[in-house]
Design a binder for this molecule. Structure first.
Ligand SMILES: [Zn+2]
Length: 285
């Protein structure tokens, strides 16, 4: 992507989305320290009002992706050393992803949460203790969701708050209930399912896992891919998956939240909109 293309991309985004862009950075292949990297082709700001629930495995709609566009999402981290290996594989290709964190792991490995964010990835939420929400009373489910968000936010910024800085949530096992879905929608938190997955929770080899993804992508041709950075097999598979995506001309889309009107009003929007790509990069680092 040339600077001009990036400039157009910035202009296309709303002021709110531009703020999100500044916080996450585009890493286009041409700007990647490694030559001929896959890169991240575009940033997509997702609004909870337009897309309250996404992922065709659970819901009727998903995020708007073109043919051969994919979104990489990782659940169940942070967990060393596999999360670190996944981060290294993504950094090698200048690819940005979304990590749905388990709160009790964030509390245990806060430095790793900050490293995920520092490398430009989106930090999203996946409960405190990873329960099946439909199997526990609503109040307990609500508490687990809130505690998870607060733990992730505390690790991220030192502030314990149940208002997520990125309002993205994925239910453990995709297991929601009508009441918990309503709760998250009322709070403006987007519920993520997925469009395809690797079955990396099963006892399979990294090669088998890669075959799962490749075959499913052949059919779907695009989509939100669910992986688990907590799984050693996924960490081992990542270089091969990124190589396959590159060789087969898939493009990586990085999801970020559309910033609320209130937050947007607090941020000087002209800073990122008038700065060069280099300055945007600096803001993000
Ligand atoms: Zn999970």
């Amino acid at each position: 992507m040339t600077r001009m293309c990036l400039h157009r991309l910035v202009l296309r985004l709303t002021g709110a989305a531009t703020v999100a862009l500044a916080g996450s950075a585009v890493t286009n292949a041409a700007d990647c320290p490694r030559q001929n990297a896959l890169g991240t082709s575009r940033v997509l700001a997702v609004d909870a009002k337009t897309y309250p629930r996404v992922g065709l495995g659970s819901f009727p709609e998903t995020v708007p992706l073109a043919d051969h566009e994919v979104v990489l999402t990782f659940d169940d981290g942070p967990r060393p050393p596999s999360t670190e290996k996944v981060l290294a594989a993504l950094a090698q290709e200048c690819v940005r992803a979304t990590f749905f964190l388990v709160g009790r792991s964030s509390a245990e490995f806060p430095e790793l949460v900050r490293r995920i964010a520092a490398q430009g990835h989106t930090v999203a939420h996946h409960s405190w203790s990873h329960p099946m929400m439909s199997k526990i009373p609503f109040e307990q489910a609500k508490e687990d969701i809130d505690r998870g968000i607060a733990a992730d936010e505390l690790a991220l910024s030192g502030v314990s708050t149940e208002t997520p800085s990125t309002p993205f949530f994925r239910f453990p096992y995709f297991d929601s209930s009508p009441a918990t879905l309503d709760l998250l929608q009322a709070r403006g938190i987007i519920v993520f399912g997925a469009d395809l997955w690797a079955n990396d929770w099963e006892d399979i080899t990294p090669k088998e896992e890669l075959t799962n993804v490749i075959e499913r992508l052949k059919t779907a041709r695009k989509g939100i891919i669910l992986l688990h950075d907590a799984q050693a097999r996924t960490a081992a598979m990542m270089p091969g998956l990124l190589r396959h995506l590159h060789e087969n001309e898939y493009r990586i889309v990085h999801l970020v939240p559309a910033v609320s009107a209130q937050k947007n009003a607090e941020v000087p929007i002209d800073v990122p909109t008038v700065t060069s790509f280099r300055a945007i990069k600096t803001l993000a680092e």
